[in-house]
Design a protein around this ligand. Structure first.
Ligand code: ADP
Ligand code: NI
Length: 228
């Protein structure tokens, strides 16, 4: 089997695994991460096979859906590639990308040790911000039965992975606990360029959400135009 076939087979596996997902970890997420990672990888001259396989397999067994175990994903990714007959070194490299991809809390450093890993991590994070990021956060929150917002529950800056894993706060807090932090934690310059507009959009979204939450936008508009 040649590398193109490893990619095609992996695509089929992941497409099937993602079917029916409503938590923001659906096939279109994987496709966007692959698209972003491939574009950034081209600009930086990264190894395309590792970037594509890493992007396709990055959520194969997310710790969020496996009792917080972050070793299941890399192990499954490596086993899958070995099953396809890929070389051990490639399987190992892709497993490293999968192991290092995830955000683990505001206070936790999550460096990716290879260029390809840095690119896949950036692509995954770009898909967590902007308009799609907003939609995915509420999809995830809804799938976990979380409130959209509760002003009585302040955001928490999780100091370690254990605390981040246990978090079950309202979805709006996730913006302060993770999403707004992402633009300054990107590894690559092309990703930083893409993030700018997406970040600004999220800030604007939050401002509008909070104004609508307590009807302050309505009060301001009616006060200005009232009685005319
Ligand atoms: P990561 O591995 O960095 O967590 P994923 O690709 O698994 O990234 O995507 C995480 C997605 O799930 C993001 O869009 C993120 O907003 C959403 N998400 C994760 N945790 C929460 C949460 N507590 N509340 C709302 N959305 C969340
Ligand atoms: Ni992802």
């Amino acid at each position: 089997m040649d590398p193109e076939t490893w990619i095609k087979r992996t695509e089929m596996l992941i497409r099937e695994k993602c079917a029916g997902d409503a938590s923001g970890h659906d096939w279109p997420h994987i496709e966007r991460v692959r698209g972003l990672a491939t574009q950034i990888g081209e600009e930086l001259g990264a190894d395309r096979l590792r970037v594509e396989l890493g992007a396709l397999l990055h959520d194969i067994a997310d710790w969020k859906f496996h009792d917080g175990d972050s070793e299941v994903g890399p192990r499954r990714a490596a086993d899958w590639l070995l099953l396809l007959g890929a070389p051990g070194k490639l399987a190992e490299d892709v497993a490293t990308i999968v192991r290092e991809v995830s955000f683990k809390g505001a206070g936790v450093q999550t460096p990716a040790s290879t260029l390809e890993g840095q690119i896949v991590q950036d692509a995954d994070r770009l898909d967590a911000i902007g308009a799609i990021g907003v939609a995915r956060a509420f999809a995830y929150g809804g799938s976990k039965g979380r409130a959209m917002h509760d002003p009585a529950i302040p955001p928490q800056m999780h100091a370690d992975f254990e605390a981040y894993k246990k978090n079950s706060g309202p979805t709006l807090n996730h913006f302060y606990e993770k999403l707004l932090l992402l633009k300054d934690r990107l590894n690559t310059e092309p990703a930083r360029r893409i993030a700018e507009q997406r970040h600004r959009f999220m800030e604007q979204f939050l401002k509008q959400f909070l104004a609508e939450w307590d009807c302050a936008d309505a009060a301001a508009i009616l006060a200005k135009s009232g009685g005319d």
